[in-house]
Ligand binder design. Sequence first.
Ligand SMILES: [Zn+2]
Length: 76
Amino acid sequence: MKKKTNNLTDFSKVKIIEETRNISEWNIVDGFKCEKCGTEIIDYSRREVDEYTGEVYEWEYTPKYCPECGRKVVDE
Ligand SMILES: [Zn+2]
């Protein structure tokens, strides 16, 4: 029996990383709106507690992935 030859690329073996962009009016450190799923998040910060003084610091935070759809955020 002759085996059927498949010349097409097997896309199931290609790892596709889906990407999205920030389409909000904000800089990404202040707000994010997902280009793909529309989820909008503003005013977030990264909290860190100083282990010696107990003081809480808040830093700018850049999300690397959309928290809703999980696509990688591409900052342009
Ligand atoms: Zn999203």
